[in-house]
Design a protein around this ligand. Structure first.
Ligand SMILES: [Fe+2]
Length: 177
């Protein structure tokens, strides 16, 4: 499965770097939650592979220094489905689910599996703090504020709290006090 990650790195090095950061953060969050070794390992692998479908997205789109048009956004959004097609013959079901559904909203699908919700939070945090072709990454403080804002809506609030604990910042529910 790591061969797929190498291919992704050849296609777009920035996407692979993002994937490694998400893998590390997801694994650390799983450890913070007291998850057993198999789950921590799955979190790392899921983080590494979650965006593998971007192999089918032209690099000119991935690195476009401006907002995407509607048609371009549809191509970009298709990376979840194409990624799932790529890995479904060999990836375990929990990893396949992450690849297919890591952009699904928690409030529209509260029964999303834990690993998928975990990688969504790690992915969102890294996307916020990383530089994109069209904007600089925001500070960790601003990223945490944004994640608090979307907790219990786009993202599972309990896993946003887990991320905050992993990063060593105050718990969301206590933050307003
Ligand atoms: Fe993605």
């Amino acid at each position: 499965m790591t061969q797929m990650a190498s291919l992704l790195g050849e296609h777009d090095a920035g996407t692979l770097r993002h994937s490694w950061r998400v893998a590390r953060l997801a694994r650390t969050m799983a450890a913070q939650a007291g998850a057993p070794a198999a789950v921590r390992q799955a979190a790392g692998l899921a983080g590494l592979l979650h965006d593998v479908g971007k192999l089918t997205v032209p690099t000119a789109l991935i690195n476009k220094p401006a907002a995407l048009s509607e048609a371009e956004a549809r191509v970009m959004d298709g990376h979840t489905l194409s990624g799932a097609r790529m890995v479904r013959s060999f990836a375990p079901p929990d990893i396949l689910h992450v690849v297919a559904h890591h952009h699904d909203r928690f409030d529209e699908w509260p029964s999303l599996p834990w690993l998928t919700r975990l990688v969504s939070v790690a992915d969102s945090y890294d996307a916020l703090v990383s530089d994109r072709p069209y904007r600089a990454g925001c500070s960790p403080v601003a990223a945490v504020q944004e994640l608090r804002r979307v907790a219990d809506a786009q993202l599972d609030g309990t896993l946003v709290d887990l991320l905050l604990a992993t990063l060593g910042v105050p718990h969301r529910l206590n933050a307003a006090a």
